[in-house]
Design a protein around this ligand. Structure first.
Ligand SMILES: Cc1ncc(COP(=O)(O)O)c(C=O)c1O
Length: 397
């Protein structure tokens, strides 16, 4: 439990960081002036725009008319009814700031993760914390080592303020190439970022190999493990790297309520890290300040609703098996996903495929890497998966 003294000093740091928030606000200006001076950041100014605009939501005729919404890796069964009830009740206290409930949630999470409350920072979704970590670590440049392909939010913010991206291709069995990632680290490396299970591949990197990698490498440079989908993986949280934080390692683990808890629209997530690392991030954020009180209550209720989480995992697994079988029956390769999405190569130009599948009111994502076009389909309800199957068969046979 966070002691009163610690809570006070946490609050003090938080209040102080209001001033420090100006550092965050000044970041683009700094990047702009560096770019204007023609230093190492030259040209990076242009990247500020592309990151914000890079993610183009597919242009559906009308989202409300979709028959299968399989493009954002959402959990179609969420939120838990208990979370909804807690959220609704909490709106009556919407005139209050929710610090005390945030502390209670942090206590609950720290018990679950086996760390001290001081090792937890909450945010309005894990994206917020990924991006703030990038801003803090790359204010003065440096490079980031990460897998390719992988989730790009942290990498893109790092690049947009001047970092160099050292992309390390995944291995042929779609795991992070830990040997090559370690070899890519140099004196300018500020962070190694690993998404596990990975997005967009859905694949997981061997637990023991990753554990050894994190233990060793975090002595040189912080290692960020994005575990947005870990609860959905076959081994569940047993494969988490969070226990390394309890051992004092410089590892940052992020988690989100957007996936297994089905609360993507309620915006809440957290990171587990060494206090020293969280202190650095507090230079530009108070963390929990952006989370609404109802979302805090909903998250707490959802954590307690283990039955709901187990049910979601089972239903998502069923959709995954169904989709694997569909692809096998059609002779398609696919990556061995352990998440709520599956990616597979398609024999068609991406835009054309999207156009055709949108016509059928089915939304998926398309990626281009390794000289192939890939379709990434999120696991919806069985009804949605059957609609997807029919659409897919119609388009590619
Ligand atoms: C790997 C990964 N990390 C983080 C996120 C961001 O999740 P959120 O900001 O909703 O917590 C996502 C979202 O899809 C993701 O795929």
């Amino acid at each position: 439990m966070l002691s009163k003294i610690n809570r006070r000093s946490w609050l003090k740091t938080s209040v102080l960081s209001t001033g420090a928030l100006a550092v965050g606000a000044a970041l683009p200006a700094e990047a702009i002036s560096r770019a204007a001076r023609g230093t190492a950041s030259e040209g990076k100014l242009l990247e500020l725009g592309p990151f914000l605009g890079e993610y183009q939501p597919p242009k559906f005729p009308d989202l409300n008319t979709l028959k299968a919404r399989l493009c954002w890796n959402e959990n179609p069964y969420g939120p838990s009814p208990k979370a909804i009830e807690a959220f609704q009740k909490a709106t009556f206290k919407g005139n209050h700031y929710s610090w005390n409930h945030l502390y209670e949630l942090i206590d609950k999470i720290s018990d679950k993760e086996g760390v001290k409350p001081e090792n937890i920072m909450m945010g309005p979704g894990s994206s917020d914390l990924l991006e703030k970590t990038a801003m803090v670590l790359y204010m003065k440049g440096g490079n980031i080592v990460s897998g390719d392909p992988s989730y790009m939010s942290l990498v893109n913010v790092s690049k947009s303020i001047g970092a160099d991206w050292k992309a390390v291709r995944l291995t042929d069995n779609y795991q992070h190439d830990l040997l090559k990632m370690e070899a890519a680290i140099d004196t300018n490396t500020k962070l190694v970022y690993i998404t596990n299970p990975n997005n967009p591949t859905g694949t997981i990197t061997d637990r023991k190999a990753l554990y050894d990698f994190c233990s060793r490498v975090s002595e040189k440079v912080p290692v960020f493990i994005d575990e947005a989908y870990m609860e959905l993986a076959e081994g569940g949280l047993k494969s988490s790297m969070a226990p390394l934080v309890a051992k004092g390692k410089n590892v940052i683990v992020s988690r989100t309520f957007s996936k297994i808890h089905g609360m993507a629209g309620l915006r809440i997530g957290y990171i587990v890290a060494k206090e020293e690392m969280l202190e650095k991030i507090k230079a530009i954020t108070r963390g929990g300040m952006g989370i609404t009180g109802p979302s805090i209550h909903a998250a707490s209720a959802s954590l307690d609703d283990v039955e709901f989480q187990d049910k979601c995992k089972a239903m998502i697994r069923e959709a995954r098996s169904y989709t694997f079988e569909l692809l096998e029956s059609k002779g398609y390769d696919y990556m061995p996903a352990e998440t709520n999405f599956i990616i597979f190569p398609i024999p068609m130009e991406g835009d054309k495929f999207l156009e055709k599948i949108y016509e059928k009111k089915v939304a998926v994502r398309v990626f281009q890497f390794w000289d192939k076009t890939w379709c990434r389909v999120s696991m919806g309800t069985m009804k949605e998966m059957k609609i997807f199957a029919r659409a897919f068969e119609d388009i590619v046979g």
